[in-house]
Design a protein around this ligand. Structure first.
Ligand code: GLV
Ligand code: MG
Length: 325
C-alpha cells in the first residue's frame, strides 16, 4: 500500500439509483417505499423549463411530508451554466428541512464547479445550524468533466460518488449515436477470414475507456463509481449486460430511469451466493496458509495470494452490507 491513505466516502449501498422527475409527485411515495438504494428527485433534464418552479415546490413538499424512512434521498439540481441552479439549491435545501442526504450535480466540468456548490451548501447548513452534512454526487458527462475527472473527484470532502452520464457525454464528445447507453453496432471489429473464408463482426463496448477512467478517479479518491442510464427500459437483457460489465469494471451500481430497472440493478450489483461462498473459502484458505507461514496457496487448482484476501474481503463486506448470508 502507498503511504498515502485514501479517505473513504461514507459507506452506502448504491446498487440502484432511481430517477424520479420532480414534476411527477405521484411517483414520490412509491419511490420512497421501493427497493432502490438511492432515489434522486430530478429538477434537471426530466423537467421542462416552465415546470421547474412547480417541481421545486413538489420536492420541498415531498421532503417534508413523504415518509422516506431510511431511504437515501438525492436532489439533481440544474447545471451551473443555468439560472435555475441557485434557486434549486437555496429553495430546496432550505425548504427540505434537513432531510436531503445528497445533491447530484450534473455536467460538472471543473473542480471549481464543485467548490462553488460546496460554498453555497456550507452557508445554508451553517445558517440553519444543521449538523448533518449533505454529500455530493457528481455526474461526469462532458469532455471537460472527463478531462478534469481526477481534480473533480478530489474537489470536496462532500464528494461521495461519480456517475457516468452517457447521454450527455455522447452529445459532448459528438459520438455518433442517439441511444442512451448500450452497445453500438458501429463500434466493432471485422475479423480476418478464417479457413472457411468466414469473417465475423465482434461488437465492442464503446464506453469502456470513459467508464474505466471514471472508475479509477473515483476509487483513487475513495468515492463510489456509478454507471448512468440505460434508455431502453423495455430491454432487460440489454440492461443486465450493461450493468454486469459496469460491475466487472468496478462500478457500485447503475441508474434506473424506470422502476422496472431497480430490481435488475440490485440483482447485477449484488454478489451471488456462489461468489460470496468462494470469497469466504479464499479467506479460510489464506488464514490457514498464513498460519503455516505461506503467502500463496492453491484453491480449486488456482493460485490465491494476499491480493486475493483483499478482493475476497471487499466482496464479503459488500454481501454483509446487503444483508446476504
Ligand atoms: C445523464 O444525465 C446522462 O446524460 O446520461
Ligand atoms: Mg445528463
Amino acid at each position: 500500500m502507498s503511504f498515502t491513505q485514501i479517505r473513504q466516502a461514507p459507506a452506502r449501498l448504491n446498487r440502484s439509483e432511481l430517477a424520479v422527475p420532480g414534476s411527477s409527485p405521484k411517483f414520490f411515495a412509491k419511490a420512497a417505499q421501493g427497493a432502490a438504494d438511492i432515489v434522486f428527485l430530478d429538477l434537471e433534464d426530466a423537467v421542462a423549463p416552465d415546470d421547474k418552479p412547480q417541481a421545486r415546490r413538489n420536492i420541498i413538499a415531498a421532503l417534508n411530508e413523504v415518509d422516506w424512512g431510511e431511504k437515501v434521498v438525492s436532489l439533481r439540481i440544474n447545471g451551473l451554466d443555468t439560472h435555475y441552479m441557485y434557486r434549486d439549491v437555496v429553495e430546496v435545501v432550505e425548504g427540505g428541512g434537513g432531510r436531503l442526504d445528497l445533491i447530484m450535480i450534473p455536467k460538472v466540468g471543473t473542480a471549481a464547479d464543485v467548490y462553488a456548490l460546496d460554498m453555497l451548501v456550507s452557508q445554508i447548513e451553517a445558517a440553519k445550524g444543521w449538523k448533518k452534512r449533505i454529500g455530493f454526487e457528481l455526474i461526469i458527462e462532458s469532455a471537460l468533466g472527463m478531462q478534469n475527472v481526477e481534480a473533480i473527484a478530489a474537489a470536496s470532502p462532500r464528494n461521495e460518488s461519480l456517475h457516468f452520464g452517457v447521454a450527455d457525454y455522447s452529445a459532448s464528445i459528438r459520438a455518433r449515436t442517439v441511444a442512451i447507453g448500450g452497445a453500438n453496432p458501429d463500434y466493432a471489429v471485422l475479423t480476418d477470414k478464417d479457413g472457411a473464408g468466414t469473417r465475423q463482426v465482434h461488437w465492442g463496448d464503446m464506453w469502456h475507456y470513459a467508464l474505466a477512467r471514471m472508475v479509477v478517479a473515483a476509487r483513487a479518491n475513495g468515492l463510489r463509481p456509478v454507471d448512468g442510464p440505460f434508455g431502453d427500459f423495455s430491454d432487460p437483457d440489454g440492461y443486465r449486460a450493461a450493468a454486469r460489465r459496469a460491475a466487472a469494471l468496478g462500478c457500485e451500481g447503475k441508474w434506473a430511469i424506470h422502476p422496472s430497472q431497480v430490481a435488475l440493478a440490485n440483482e447485477c450489483f449484488s454478489p451471488s451466493e456462489e461468489e460470496v461462498g468462494r470469497a469466504r473459502r479464499i479467506l479460510e484458505a489464506m488464514a490457514e496458509a498464513t498460519k503455516a507461514g505461506r503467502g500463496a496457496v492453491a484453491l480449486d487448482g488456482k493460485l490465491i495470494d494476499l491480493a486475493s484476501i483483499r478482493q475476497a474481503e471487499a466482496l464479503v463486506k459488500k454481501a454483509e452490507a446487503i444483508g446476504r448470508p
